[in-house]
Design a protein around this ligand. Sequence first.
Ligand SMILES: *Cc1c(COP(=O)(O)O)cnc(C)c1O
Length: 370
Amino acid sequence: MTSDQLLTAPGSALPDTALPALRAAVAGLPSYVPGRRSAGADIAALASNESHYEPLPAAAAAVAEAAGRMNRYPDSAAVELRERIARHLGVTAAEVAVGPGSVGVLQQIITGLCDAGTEVIFAWRSFEAYPVLVELAGARPVRIPLDDAEGHDLDAMAAAVTERTRVILLCTPNNPTGVPISHDRIEAFLRSVRSDILVVIDEAYVEYAEAGSGPDSLALYRRYPNVCILRTFSKAYGLAGLRVGYAVAAPVIAEGLRRTALPFAVSALAQQAAIVSLDAGEEMAARVAAVTGERARMATQLEALGWRVPASQGNFLWIRTDDELRARLVDAFDHAGILVRAYQGDGVRITVADPASNNRVLRVLAAHTA
Ligand SMILES: *Cc1c(COP(=O)(O)O)cnc(C)c1O
């Protein structure tokens, strides 16, 4: 079926019976393809970079408590959570905006800064939500291919800046390749781009990154007020299903992000769970250490098997493939009951989880060669 047929009443070509038209930007978006669900107990769900751990006990308790008040709207300004995040990072609550996941915050960023026809630059391949949110806003996505080491090509990104550029998205460590951007490279980049362009540093996986591998984003933010830090409770904190993330930005920008937010988008359950999660730093760090230990073990074994896997600073590993190998691998993982994320033309991303699931992944990859 063509998009024309989709947009017209069935069996009718008459303009006066046409259905209301979707905006071209929306009609052009890919259809939502539901991911296969992890149904059986023997399915390893390694496609979405979630935490495989159950929620932190304090977060589960906070949710249960807040659930008793769900007849009420949550605090739309999320004052308590913003103050807790501010204390966690050593900034003020005026510099913090929250949203339903960091994808929600990113939508607030794009709608807050991008008029139709403006441009947003990001690396590709990177997070799949980037082009969707940009196109939805009527802005133009500008994709800059990753370099040969699967990292951001910051020179090419700087060269792509035009007078229409409003936002640049840097993803470190990059999803799906796991490659971080060093502090010095981002700083040199910030010196070279105009201060009226918002440079978003998406750190969804920062908790999994070795100290010093990526930027000290708060130091960069303090020196370059056009920096916006984007973080989430969905990954290492294990709250993907609750939808809460945040941005740190100059107060006037953060205020703009709060204005563009959907009212009450972050539930009281999510707000309370996020607050207590920030108090559970040690528990979270222990979980992260287990995952990064597994990441190292898997990387070593994969290398021994002949797979070329970039050193990942996230809770996932990246295997670049052609489409023939990708199809073979997805098939093999499928038969083994393992859900992974496949990217046409690029490769396969596998979430690092518990040792038993990881061993299943290794067994599949041991039976196949690159
Ligand atoms: C998972 C992820 C996010 C977070 O999404 P949420 O909306 O916070 O669940 C943001 N950025 C990147 C690069 C991600 O991989």
